[in-house]
Design a protein around this ligand. Structure first.
Ligand code: NHW
Ligand code: EN5
Length: 388
């Protein structure tokens, strides 16, 4: 059934019932001298190409490949439209490897036709902090689909990760592969309901009029929590402490240090937004919330070409109730003109989704680990990891 995935060190469906298999690495590392030294062969007329994201022309080519060929919903109405600035942010965290930004181009025309990337991360599974690669942006041009190019890209990124003496990876996908550690649901909170209905992202509920719908999703003009403000560089240390203490509760979560927090959470316009609550009395940082910006192209609509979406990222509520904190996140997203606020049912998110008028989407997100077994998997609420 899975000609490629059956050959890989991932949980196999047939082993699902086997309780004797231990948690942890599925296969041991091999000596670095045994890691294949040269790239896997590509079909004739294509060549490997390590992408330099400092190069604005290359970044524009990568942006265009993804904007036209990356992930769509099941009815092909929307396609993710990651911005160039977002891609640069996502692909250049602390200690990134340039060799993990892997393009395939047509030898003759030099046109970029496929891509896969990895970035390094420390991810904790139970009490085991593991150096991993986070794999993302796997994309093959629509005209080259179903030619078994994806397995070649995956083998090549695996080889380059192994060359750095890293033997595990984390990735997410909308499709079922062997074997998810957990399966999450997307939830959506309308901020601009009229536009969402006009583009077919949502529907008018039964016995609802447009004006009742607009009223249902109305939000205050400004955040309600005293001391709610944007995160700044000076907040990196307290936010890191807050986040580390919080993520310690989850079975699988990133192990963030201050450099990671500065990179992943310091606000960057139209890329990532972070807010915190600073106690007006003690000036202590008590709570934190964040979202990233990932618009979708609206396919085949005469009136609109793009949807502006915010995606819930890492949130920590200690003193402020989580519901109130996330309501403020919705309010600032609305102020900034987002059309919809999306969230997965990970971490404690179930505790605010219904109350804040999120509705379940038609998409799922499956989480995977490569060469790392977690017996019986985990629940979405035990997952403290959000990938972009
Ligand atoms: S998920 C988003 C993936 N991208 C898209 O969906 C974009 C639109 N689609 C495409 O570009 C986030 C193509 O359809 C792709 C497949 C390229 C998806 N993950 O070339 P063939 C990520 O980026 C398997 C993994 O003929 P294609 C995460 C499929 O099951 N495998 O198909 C990426 C089959 O194998 P099987 C996927 O449609 C994680 C084989 O590919 C997959 O022309 C990568 C068919 O290949 C997916 N999303 O191209 C793994 N989709 O065994 C990282 C299909 O079933 C692993 N397949 O026969 C870790 C590596 C690092 C380890 C380090 C130690
Ligand atoms: C790698 N990092 O299916 C990610 N999105 O629900 C790769 N649905 O937007 C994998 N189909 O439900 C990504 N509206 C996998 C996800 C791929 C994209 C995807 C889903 C997630 C989505 C929307 C639009 C559906 C259009 C038709 C959806 C309903 C919203 C409604 C709002 C009001 C309250 C009820 C829900």
């Amino acid at each position: 059934r899975h000609k490629f995935w059956e050959t890989q060190p991932v949980g196999q469906f047939r082993d699902a019932a086997d309780v004797s298999l231990p948690d942890g690495a599925i296969e041991p590392p091999t000596p670095l001298s045994e890691v294949r030294a040269d790239p896997y062969p590509l079909p004739a007329a294509f060549e490997w190409f390590t992408c330099d994201l400092d190069d604005d022309a290359l970044l524009a080519d990568l942006y265009a490949l993804l904007a036209h060929n990356y992930v769509e919903d099941d009815e092909n109405m929307f396609r993710f439209n990651y911005s160039p600035a977002f891609l640069r942010w996502a692909l250049r965290p602390p200690s990134f490897f340039r060799a993990w930004h892997i393009g395939v181009r047509a030898t003759e025309s030099k046109k970029l036709v496929a891509f896969i990337s990895g970035v390094p991360a420390r991810i904790r599974a139970r009490d085991d902090v593991v150096r991993m690669a986070e794999i993302n942006f796997l994309c093959v041009h629509k005209k080259l689909r179903s030619k078994r190019l994806a397995p070649v890209l995956i083998r090549e990124v695996t080889r380059r990760v192994h060359q750095e003496n890293i033997w595990q990876a984390a990735y997410t996908a909308g499709v079922v592969l062997p074997t998810p550690i957990t399966t999450c649901r997307y939830w959506h909170r309308s901020l601009n309901p009229k536009k969402l209905i006009d583009v077919g992202f949502s529907r008018l509920g039964p016995r609802m009029t447009m004006s009742r719908t607009v009223r249902l999703y109305k939000l205050p003009d400004a955040p309600l929590t005293p001391g709610f403000r944007q995160m700044e560089l000076r907040d990196v240390a307290p936010v890191t402490r807050l986040l580390r203490a919080y993520l310690a509760r989850y079975v699988v979560a990133p192990d963030f240090d201050e450099l990671d927090v500065e990179h992943w959470l310091l606000p960057q316009e139209d890329v990532v937004d972070s807010y915190l609550v600073e106690s007006p009395e003690t000036h202590e940082i008590t709570d934190f919330c964040s979202f990233y910006t990932l618009p979708s192209s609206v396919l085949n609509n005469p009136n609109y070409s793009t949807l502006k979406a915010a995606y819930s990222y890492y949130n920590v509520a200690v003193k402020t109730p989580l519901q109130q904190l996330m309501n403020d996140a919705l309010i600032v997203a609305k102020q900034k003109n987002y059309d919809v606020f999306n969230a997965l049912d990970v971490m404690e998110n179930e505790a605010f989704l219904k109350e804040l008028k999120f509705g379940p989407g038609d998409g799922q997100l499956h989480y995977y680990l490569y060469n790392y077994r977690i017996r019986n998997g985990i629940k979405p609420s035990e997952l403290g990891l959000v990938l972009l």
